[in-house]
Design a protein around this ligand. Structure first.
Ligand SMILES: CC(=O)SCCNC(=O)CCNC(=O)[C@H](O)C(C)(C)COP(=O)(O)OP(=O)(O)OC[C@H]1O[C@@H](n2cnc3c(N)ncnc32)[C@H](O)[C@@H]1OP(=O)(O)O
Ligand SMILES: O=C([O-])CC(=O)C(=O)O
Length: 372
């Protein structure tokens, strides 16, 4: 029996050309995350992850136009989407079900060639922000908003969500957040997606499986939990009491710690800067101050540092985004990475099927029911 590793820690499951983590340096296809976050548009990053190179002008225009085309999903006219939205508190479940639902109507869902998969990837990537925005509007009894061709991905997402043109600062913040969350090597949801399509299942199934994995509070679901924690604490003077109690009870502080980064998550500093700026602009800098204090105590007591989810909570909150949409927004971005990984998996596929060490009963004999 091969060696076992709790939680598959440190296990290398195969080769990938998509993203790399070395120490605290994160790169997408060889480009440092800082370079991309400072300079790129999210659509360029999507193209990069899917094609292993940045697009030229024509390719970018083409991708944008295709994304726009499929962003206009018809949630307004769908009784199914309305029913998903009526179940008000279950945004990630609605997203998961909506992507599955959209997949039913793609006649080419099971076509497996490279071109068919690229087309499906565009459809799925485009549907994600539309479904999240439509869910928010429909659950509030509002009409859904069609995207505009002249807007980019980040701007359209905010426009479809709020029904009004977002400010440049909001678009910049959303674009950066989308880039920073786009891919992260073999994180739990990406691994889930790869396991799913390694059976030669389709991209919709892989995306649905990945959404399910991202939803958990130890992964993408942590950003919503961070906001719940900040709301529960309420003010800077209550931080110490709250955090020490949690640590004494061996409870986790959400948004802190990471399986791979032990010296800090390189994405966190961007989100921290954004959180500082946006909470100040919003007159809610106490959220930022509370976050800093929480992070200081956990670092001092446990040597653990904030991950990508920690400051993204205050960033999204400051942008007026409802708290249960924080994890769906993560999914909108991470879909680009999931799709890149699933297409990479198809290119060099082998079924993913590890082993477990059996520690159960042995040698039992069937007992007739009346003797049990
Ligand atoms: C996008 C993302 O997915 S980023 C991660 C988002 N998740 C969170 O923020 C949830 C909070 N953090 C955690 O639960 C963890 O740090 C994880 C799951 C992210 C990674 O941790 P792992 O490598 O699996 O470490 P594990 O959970 O085994 O913890 C190791 C030790 O650190 C402690 N620890 C880890 N994270 C935390 C935390 N956030 N707060 C308090 N203690 C923590 C554990 O209690 C454990 O302590 P012990 O050895 O005394 O029992
Ligand atoms: O890599 C991980 O384990 C979790 C993470 O930070 C991410 O998915 O962005």
């Amino acid at each position: 029996m091969p060696e076992k590793s709790s939680g598959l820690e440190g296990v290398v499951i195969g080769e990938s050309r998509i993203s790399s983590i070395i120490g605290t340096k994160l790169t997408y296809c060889g480009y440092e995350i800082d370079d991309l976050a400072e300079n790129a548009e999210f659509e360029e990053v999507i193209f990069l992850l899917w094609n292993d190179r940045l697009p030229n002008e024509e390719e970018l225009a083409d991708l944008k136009s295709n994304l726009f085309k499929y962003m206009s999903v018809t949630s307004n006219n769908s009784e199914q989407f309305k029913a998903f939205a009526e179940n008000k508190g279950r945004a990630m479940a609605a997203l998961r079900t909506s992507i599955s639902y959209i997949g039913i109507f793609d006649e080419k869902a099971d076509d497996m060639n490279e071109e068919a998969n690229m087309n499906k990837a565009i459809r799925i990537q485009a549907a994600m922000p539309a479904v999240v925005a439509d869910f928010e509007r429909l659950r509030n009894g509002l009409e859904t908003i069609a995207p505009k061709e002249e807007f980019g991905f980040a701007k359209n997402f905010l426009y479809m969500l709020f029904g009004e043109e977002p400010t440049d600062t909001q678009v910049e913040a959303m674009n950066k957040a989308l880039i920073l969350h786009a891919d992260h090597e073999i994180n739990a949801s990406t691994f889930t997606a790869r396991v799913c399509v390694a059976t030669l299942s389709d991209l919709y199934s892989g995306t649905v499986a990945a959404i399910g994995a991202l939803k958990g509070p130890l992964h993408g679901g942590a950003n919503e939990q961070v906001m719940n924690m900040l709301t529960e604490i309420g003010s800077v003077d209550k931080v110490e009491d709250y955090v020490y109690k949690k640590l004494e009870n061996k409870e986790k502080i959400m948004g802190i710690g990471h399986r791979v980064y032990k010296d800090g998550d390189p994405r966190a500093k961007y989100l921290e800067d954004m959180a500082k700026r946006l909470t100040e602009e919003n007159g809610e800098s106490e959220l930022y101050d509370m976050s800093i204090k929480i992070a200081e105590i956990v670092e001092k007591e446990k040597g653990l540092l904030p991950n990508v989810d920690f400051f993204s909570a205050s960033v999204y909150h400051s942008m007026g985004i409802p708290h249960d949409l924080f994890t769906p927004i993560f999914a909108v971005s991470r879909a680009s990475g999931w799709l890149a990984h699933m297409m990479e998996q198809y290119r060099n596929n082998r079924l993913i099927r590890p082993r477990a060490e059996y520690v159960g009963h042995v040698g039992r004999k069937y007992e007739p029911i009346e003797e049990r």
